[in-house]
Design a protein around this ligand. Structure first.
Ligand code: AMP
Ligand code: MN
Ligand code: ZN
Length: 892
């Protein structure tokens, strides 16, 4: 397996590069080594001895200096050092990295040298990561493989797919062909593909061989017919409506339709009994029918129902479709082979359920994991009584478990897997592909016989091992297809997998691009890899190009939809560039010789006016990071942030933080004592999480006032903004008189507190109304619509971020140095202020959070049922989302 995997990855790599230099390398991949394994073994041995040798060198310091006093040693060190540097620089050049490591004059020191090595390692590891992903099928951006000369236009000849002479098949050349020549089969589908961001619902509507009948949800065509995407509303809202409508059927919808039958299935005698090997018929003497009419399909079903076992395989296409398409089904009985056009008969294939779920008929698959999912997803087919030869091969501990290997081992047939990744949508099916597909099942029943004999022999005639293979197969047939679901966190899974360390801006770009890509892929019914391959998405996020042209430059070849939507992408990248960097990130960037990206100056408001910035634009911090990173959010030279709301207004929720404005007013109207500042700060920190959900009209300061030059607020905002260092200096001096002033202002403090208390209680009342409102509008889809619609492009606020912001804001306002800050004594504060709270978890109030937290207590007043339902619509099965994307290709 290891070696085949490595081969795969090097292949994909060449494919990705498509460069002429790969021509020679392909032939001398491992000169002097018979396979990758032996090369790796040798390589590891060399590395190990080199490490040992370097550990044996004289230690730095006295020991080394002493040795160096011998000219011989010195000379030796220098020549060896040069040799190593030369070697390193060659490796780096090979990977296209900066490599002036050897040129000592150019180097300012060891540190820079070290940086060069680290950078190069990053580049190399990144390449390895991408290649492994491609080999794993995570990033299936490969072009389809076509037989030579099949379709002349748009051909890229590349070396990676040229068979080496050792393969024994001569040097046939494969060609890569852009799939755009092929008509999209989706257009012909009777039932539209459901790419909506809602969980998969089984397609089944009649259930042959049922012991337990199908729930009413599936038999009621009326419910099923009302599909959300038929409604003329935004996709996210349609998802939500769909969710609401199907709520009462949730349990049925997620159950495996044949769970009961499979749970009550007993091993058929025919499997366990000592079997006679039944030799396969020679290909030449076997009839093979291509089935693309309903009539033929019905006839086939009859045949299959009469047989006691048949073999099945599927061919699949995933590049030009969001979910993937089952293109072909191969079936072999002992007598005949059948190739079914599942593109043509997609809506009729369900009739085969009669044979497929018949417990008396064994269905033999090789590596059925994906097939079981594809059958459900596209054809509404289920399998009862499955035997997976891949599982049998594993149980027998055979050397390899791929179908090629079993074919060679049991049938002495050399198979040719080169069409495995062919574009199976092509019609009429080229003969080479037809023959290839047929061979995938033709021998499988014989292999099934052979494996059963071996499983019995292996266990001295006892059926235990056979039984366990059969059980494993049953588990596979119990698998349920899970649709890839987009959540706000989806991008993190991919980011973690890439092992990239992104700064705040880069991560934001990555998140925005990821959401853009997912949305477009669903809409256009294309794979995410077709819209924008992972490695390009990473490159754009890393480079944050200033110009649209820079985005194009990150992509080679440029994906059609990137070219088409480059302006949208440009806006997303700009939005990411507008994110504030952490101080540490700026330092790191300076070190790299890059100038940190500065925000545009804000013309009206102070650094803490976030009223026009979406919550989601703030970096995500885990709560435990908070105390450490406080105050590092903004660089010294940064002045607030500004996001062009106009550009993204369609995506953003209207909730704004306006509470800061008050602080500005207060600060300005009277210079508060340190104690006052701290007290109000604490109170503020309790305010924010609620207040942000209030519509601006409910808040004391009218938002419009800020824009009206005749108002006091305008004046104050402006003055605040103009506050200079001098002003801050003054505040510092004022601080010295703090004690004095504290007395003087004692009265004012009390007033202040009362005011805070009052506004706090008001806000609490408002929270309840907001909740009611939201619950109300959730029913009508009114306000909810706004939020849901924003989901795809925007992540929603998190409590940690809110706290972060208020804490950070408070710190900036506080003229007192950090170290004389004493924790606020809550025992002495007027906690009755908070007694008005209607629910205990109100500081956490975040509609989006609820669905993610199963332990979350219900809100009081019984209104939340609507709410949580609404939220579930988008954060549905967050944990499962990954499953939908993950493909564990069984060994074939
Ligand atoms: P098979 O069972 O080998 O005929 O494969 C069935 C389908 O799985 C093929 O049509 C391909 O679409 C897909 N497939 C098989 N192997 C791979 C792989 N290594 N990477 C991506 N897709 C694969
Ligand atoms: Mn298969
Ligand atoms: Zn196949």
């Amino acid at each position: 397996m290891e070696s085949s995997r490595s081969n795969n990855s090097s292949n994909s790599g060449h494919q990705g590069n498509n460069s002429a230099t790969n021509d020679e390398e392909a032939d001398e991949l491992c000169p002097g080594f018979k396979d990758v394994d032996s090369f790796v073994k040798y390589g590891l041995g060399s590395v190990l001895s080199a490490t040992k040798a370097s550990a044996g060198l004289p230690q730095t310091g006295d020991e080394y200096d002493f040795y160096r006093s011998f000219p011989g040693f010195q000379e030796f060190c220098e020549t060896q050092g040069d040799k190593i540097l030369h070697c390193m620089s060659q490796i780096m050049q090979h990977h296209g990295c900066r490599s002036h490591i050897r040129d000592r004059n150019k180097l300012t020191g060891l540190e820079e040298q070290f940086d060069l090595v680290v950078d190069s390692n990053d580049v190399i590891l990144e390449k390895v990561g991408i290649l492994l992903d491609e080999a794993d099928g995570v990033n299936r951006s490969q072009q389809p493989v076509m037989p030579a000369g099949f379709q002349p236009p748009k051909i890229v000849v590349s070396s990676w797919n040229r068979k080496g002479s050792d393969s024994g098949r001569g040097s046939e050349t494969f060609r890569l062909l852009h799939a755009k020549n092929i008509a999209r089969p989706q257009l012909k589908f009777k039932e539209k593909v459901d790419n909506s961001n809602t969980p998969f619902i089984p397609k089944i509507f009649i259930k042959p061989n049922a012991i337990k009948s199908l729930p009413s949800y599936f038999t009621n065509k009326q419910i099923r017919k009302e599909r959300p995407e038929d409604l003329d509303v935004p996709a996210a809202l349609a998802d939500f409506i769909h969710q609401q409508r199907t709520q009462e059927h949730v349990e049925d919808m997620f159950a495996h339709p044949y769970q009961y039958e499979l749970d009550h299935l007993t091993v058929p005698e025919q499997i366990l009994s000592k079997s006679e090997l039944q030799m396969y018929k020679p290909i030449a003497e076997t009839k093979c029918s291509f089935i693309d009419t309903l009539e033929d399909l019905v006839a086939l079903n009859e045949k299959l129902c009469r047989s006691s076992e048949f073999a099945v395989d599927l061919e699949h296409h995933s590049y030009r479709s969001f979910l993937g398409i089952t293109c072909l089904m191969q079936i072999s009985t002992r007598e005949e082979d059948f190739i079914i056009d599942t593109l043509e008969l997609r809506s009729e294939m369900y009739i085969l359920n009669e044979a497929f779920t018949d417990p008396a008929v064994v269905k033999v698959f090789h590596g059925a994991d994906s097939d079981i999912e594809w059958l459900q997803r596209d054809l509404g087919l289920y399998v009862v009584n499955l035997f997976d030869t891949h599982q049998a091969s594993r149980a027998l501990n055979l050397a390899r478990h791929s179908l090629d290997h079993l074919l060679k081992f049991f049938c002495n047939v050399d198979s040719d897997k080169r069409y495995q990744l062919a574009d199976w949508r092509i019609r009429p099916l080229p003969d080479e592909m037809f023959q290839y597909a047929r061979a995938d099942t033709h021998y499988l029943l014989y292999i099934y016989d052979s494996l059963r004999v071996q499983l019995l022999d292996f266990n001295h005639g006892q059926p235990g091992l056979l039984q366990s293979v059969w059980n494993k197969s049953k588990d596979i047939s119990l698998k349920k297809y899970v649709k890839p679901i987009f959540t706000e966190e989806s991008y993190l899974d991919l980011q973690r997998k890439q092992k990239k360390s992104f700064n705040t801006q880069q991560l934001t770009a990555f998140r925005l691009l990821f959401a853009w890509r997912d949305k477009l892929a669903r809409q256009e019914d294309e794979s995410t890899g077709y819209i924008l391959p992972n490695h390009m998405m990473i490159k754009i996020s890393e480079e944050l190009p200033k110009e649209p042209q820079g985005i194009i430059a990150c992509c080679n070849p440029v994906p059609p939809l990137v070219r088409q939507q480059v302006n949208e992408l440009h806006l997303l990248v700009q939005q990411a560039r507008d994110m504030p960097l952490l101080k540490a990130e700026i330092v790191a960037q300076k070190k790299k010789g890059l100038t940190p990206i500065k925000k545009p100056e804000v013309s009206l408001f102070g650094p803490h006016d976030t009223s026009r910035v979406s919550e989601s634009d703030f970096p995500i911090f885990s709560p435990d990071e908070l105390p450490v990173k406080q105050g590092m959010l903004f660089s010294d030279d940064e002045q607030g942030m500004e996001v062009d709301v106009q550009k993204t207004s369609g995506l953003m929720a209207s909730a704004k933080i306006t509470v800061f404005e008050e602080v500005e007013t207060k600060n300005d109207q009277e210079s508060l004592s340190v104690a006052q500042v701290k007290a109000s700060r604490i109170i503020e920190s309790f305010h924010n999480p609620f207040r942000m959900y209030l519509p601006s009209s409910d808040v004391h300061v009218n938002k419009n006032a800020k824009f009206d030059p005749s108002t006091k607020i305008y004046e104050i905002s402006k003055r605040w903004k103009l506050q200079s260092m001098e002003q801050q200096q003054k505040e510092l001096e004022a601080k010295k008189k703090a004690k004095q002033e504290a007395k003087e202002h004692a009265k004012k403090v009390a007033e202040e507190r009362n005011k805070a208390k009052q506004s706090y209680q008001e806000s609490l009342q408002n929270v309840a109304t907001v909740r009611q409102q939201a619950a109300e509008s959730a029913k009508g889809g009114g306000k909810k619509r706004e939020r849901v619609a924003s989901e795809v492009g925007e992540s929603t606020p998190k409590p940690s971020k809110k706290l972060m912001k208020s804490a950070e804001k408070a710190q900036k306002n506080d003229p007192a140095p950090q170290d004389d800050f004493k924790p606020f004594d809550y025992n002495q504060s007027d906690l009755k202020v908070f007694a008005g709270a209607k629910s205990k978890d109100n500081t956490q109030f975040d509609p989006n959070r609820q669905a993610h937290d199963p332990k979350r207590k219900k809100n009081p007043k019984g209104q939340k049922s609507n709410f949580s339902a609404a939220n579930r619509s988008m954060s549905y099965l967050a944990g499962k989302s990954e499953r939908g994307f993950r493909h564990n290709w069984p060994k074939r």
